[in-house]
Design a protein around this ligand. Structure first.
Ligand SMILES: [Zn+2]
Length: 94
């Protein structure tokens, strides 16, 4: 399983679950937000006006918007694995 898949599994794999019980005893809130988990584990992050992308050391990625999240596609774009490349994505033309 990739790092992104492991995170997605922890957050129900549904693109809509934002928090999960924390396994860190020093976390007083008792739960982790997916964005914080991604930030902690990401090797690289990038942002557009509408989305944040987190790239992990194994090449997997997660893209998060204000309304949903999904596994990212390879190549650094902000498209989602579940939806495929957006029509305006440079990678979709290739
Ligand atoms: Zn794309």
């Amino acid at each position: 399983m990739t790092i992104a898949q492991q995170i997605a599994t922890r957050f129900n794999n549904d693109g809509q679950t934002w928090t999960a019980p924390s396994d860190n005893p020093s976390n007083s809130a008792g739960e982790d937000h997916i964005q914080d988990v991604c930030l902690d584990l990401a090797e690289d992050t990038s942002h557009t006006a509408g989305a944040d992308r987190y790239d992990f050391a194994d090449g997997s990625s997660i893209v998060i918007t204000s309304s949903a999240w999904d596994l990212g596609l390879p190549g650094g774009c902000f498209c989602w694995e579940g939806a495929g490349h957006d029509d305006t994505c440079d990678r979709a033309q290739n």
